[in-house]
Design a protein around this ligand. Structure first.
Ligand SMILES: NC(=O)c1ccc[n+]([C@@H]2O[C@H](COP(=O)([O-])OP(=O)(O)OC[C@H]3O[C@@H](n4cnc5c(N)ncnc54)[C@H](OP(=O)(O)O)[C@@H]3O)[C@@H](O)[C@H]2O)c1
Length: 306
């Protein structure tokens, strides 16, 4: 059994929380959770919590000295795609330059780096994509995340990995950012009409399955690029309809729209989705299907029993 000291950044985010919850109870990991805030929103990391802004290189160096991680999973990111378009400088600092800092610290100490990335590195002209497809981002978030992927390689050959994922849904504690599922539940339960795009095609990913996949990447010492996503390729509109159906909510409140009438600040790739065959074959990644994932999630949601 290989023992790992795991440093998780961005531990107050959607994925960071799920990953701390997944890894901390396992005996082969010591987990230090870090985030920008004063405290951890979902306590329970086996080695506790330390504040860490990944853009602060002195603080990164100090954490490496004090905790001596063998693996770093970088879940910290500026994830609001439209904000990234407006505030490019901050986006580049968090999503690309800070990854260089983490990768350099890994190289100096021999730690491995798992960098989280996104389907938005692709242009959406011919998804779903596998790991060998050529990235060509259409917005600044995608550009910066692609730069972050490249920066991760500085950790050293056989020491870097990139886990790309897509449209992640699930629950998180505290004031963590909302996600498509939580937003949709709020709106539908309040009887609000929502407009959802039919022309953005994705493989929505349950955060609990994503965390399980990343734990397997750590366990198998995976290197290189891996796609971790859900099983179904469907439009965001179809995803919303399935959510309403499984949770017994009013589907008629969901109105279809598309890019001819619904505009967003940053351009979105149309057909993405990620093929997960490599992860399924090499590290036994096993995501649930969408219905099972939504039923698994139900007890943690503010809805009537499903
Ligand atoms: N969610 C998705 O649909 C999706 C899809 C594809 C890829 N991804 C990737 O998956 C990873 C995890 O995303 P997520 O869904 O967990 O997003 P999230 O909920 O927004 O979490 C990201 C966390 O990073 C923190 N953060 C931002 N700047 C930081 C800094 N300088 N230092 C330390 N922490 C910082 C944020 O804190 P604040 O709240 O204080 O800013 C937030 O808690 C990211 O790399 C993202 O690009 C996500």
């Amino acid at each position: 059994m290989l023992y790992h000291r795991v440093l998780i950044t961005g531990a107050n985010g959607l994925l960071g929380q799920a990953l701390v919850a997944r890894m901390s109870p396992l005996p082969d990991y010591d987990v230090l959770a870090t985030a920008r805030d004063e405290r951890l929103r979902l306590p329970g990391a086996s080695c506790g919590y330390a504040p860490l802004d990944i853009t602060d290189s002195d603080a990164v160096e100090a954490i490496f000295e004090n905790f001596a991680p063998s693996v770093v999973v970088n879940c910290a990111a500026m994830t609001q795609v439209d904000d990234c378009e407006h505030d490019r400088e901050r986006c580049r600092r968090v999503n690309a330059e800070a990854v260089e800092t983490l990768a350099d610290a890994c190289r100096h100490t021999g730690a491995r780096l798992i960098q989280l990335s996104t389907d938005f590195v692709f242009d959406g002209s011919e998804g779903p994509y596998d790991e060998d497809d050529r990235p060509a981002p259409v917005n600044y978030y995608g550009e910066a995340k692609l730069a972050g992927e490249n920066a991760a390689r500085r950790a050293g050959i056989d020491k870097w990995a990139v886990a790309r994922t897509v449209l992640v849904y699930g629950t998180a504690e505290g004031e963590a950012r909302s996600n498509i599922l939580l937003w949709l539940l709020d709106e539908l339960q309040a009887g609000q009409r929502v407009q959802i795009v039919t022309d953005q095609i994705r493989t929505p990913t349950y955060v609990v399955d994503l965390a399980a996949g990343i734990e397997k990447m750590v366990r198998h010492e995976a290197t290189g690029v891996y796609h971790l996503a859900g099983r179904e390729l469907l439009s965001v509109y179809e995803f919303a309809q399935t959510v309403a159906e499984v949770y017994g909510l009013d589907e008629t409140l969901i109105e279809p729209t598309d890019r001819t009438e619904f505009t967003q600040t940053a351009e979105r790739p149309l057909v993405t989705g990620l093929v997960t065959l490599k992860a399924e074959t090499e590290i036994s990644y096993r995501p649930r299907d969408l219905g099972d994932a939504l039923r698994h999630l139900a007890p943690r949601l503010p809805i009537a029993d499903v």
